[in-house]
Design a protein around this ligand. Structure first.
Ligand code: ZN
Length: 313
């Protein structure tokens, strides 16, 4: 199989050399699940020897988004409608060698839907292929999981990600930003790209300003930054702040501090570790209904007490 566009992931590529009829592609946001799914789906409809060729009539139909034998099924589907759609699986494909059924965000499938799928995944017609994508394999029934080939997206080497960011489409981005994107990518190209998108950058700038305000004991500023009207914004901010400190801690330990804030590094590993632990537990508490302004105040107080504690090295 040809894997144009999928960087790294050598283990995944090796696993896919042997064809199977059902796959669960899993990994965090930005890890390349969709890139891989498109390659895999195209390879099941492609009629060339080296699949997917991207040039044959089947590949072209698929790439233009209207291949009659490829079905993208919404995962908020009702079980009755899903059963109807799955009837198609037993018919021979119209044009290609296979009929491919793809499910994005498979964790959203209800147990009833997953059970309906289980039957057909267990004894599939030879031409049917099922591809599930998810960030959370825990939400997939173990009975269904055990009948699928599990494909875990692999993190890519930092140098590979940096090399990717040297492509012309990133020419307007400064080297400093690229290095920060690599540091915050967690090894995933999609995550590095999303870091460079405006929305993510804004949130990150916010975390950066917040952390500096706390370190320098500017509590009014910290409070201004962490004041949110709704719970959702607060959840996103807390999540981002957690990954902000995690990345600094990880980089400090590995000695690779390119593109990161030296003021935050100066907190040292112990304080950074404590901040991560504290934020992880705050993130947990947010699963319950919380009062947004009380929670912001608690968040600031916790961070302040760790950053300003001279007892911690
Ligand atoms: Zn082809």
């Amino acid at each position: 199989m040809k894997f144009d566009g999928l960087i790294g992931n050598n283990g995944v590529k090796k696993t896919l050399e042997k064809p199977f009829h059902a796959y669960i592609i899993h990994g965090p946001k930005g890890s390349g699940k969709h890139t891989l799914e498109k390659i895999l789906t195209a390879s099941f409809v492609c009629e060339s020897d080296e699949k997917p060729c991207g040039k044959c009539s089947q590949c072209k139909k698929y790439l233009s988004g209207n291949h009659v034998d490829v079905m993208y099924i919404p995962t908020d589907i009702k079980v009755g409608i899903l059963r109807e759609k799955l009837k198609d699986a037993s018919y021979l494909p119209n044009e290609a060698e296979h009929r491919v059924f793809v499910f994005y965000e498979a964790e959203k499938l209800t147990p009833a839907c997953q059970n309906a799928l289980l039957k057909i995944v267990e004894e599939p017609p030879s031409h049917a292929v099922f591809i599930f994508l998810t960030e959370n394999t825990g939400a997939i029934l173990s009975t269904l999981r055990s009948r699928c080939e599990m494909i875990a997206m692999e993190p890519v080497d930092d140098r590979e990600i940096y090399k990717y960011l040297l492509r012309p489409e990133f020419s307007k981005i400064s080297d400093e930003q690229k290095k920060a994107a690599v540091a915050f990518s967690g090894g995933y190209i999609g995550a590095a790209c999303s870091f460079l998108s405006n929305e993510k950058s804004e949130l990150l700038v916010k975390c950066d300003r917040f952390a500096r305000a706390i370190i320098n004991n500017r509590m009014d500023e910290a409070l201004r930054i962490a004041s949110f009207k709704d719970r959702n914004e607060l959840v996103l901010f807390t999540d981002e702040l957690y990954s902000y400190f995690t990345v600094h801690l990880r980089s400090l330990k590995s000695g690779n501090v390119d593109g990161l804030n030296s003021e935050i590094q100066s907190l040292g590993p112990d304080r950074l570790a404590l901040l991560c632990i504290k934020l992880a537990s705050l993130k947990d508490k947010m699963k319950f209904n919380v009062n947004v302004s009380l929670f912001s105040t608690a968040l600031i107080a916790e961070c302040q007490s760790i950053c300003q504690n001279d007892q911690i090295s």
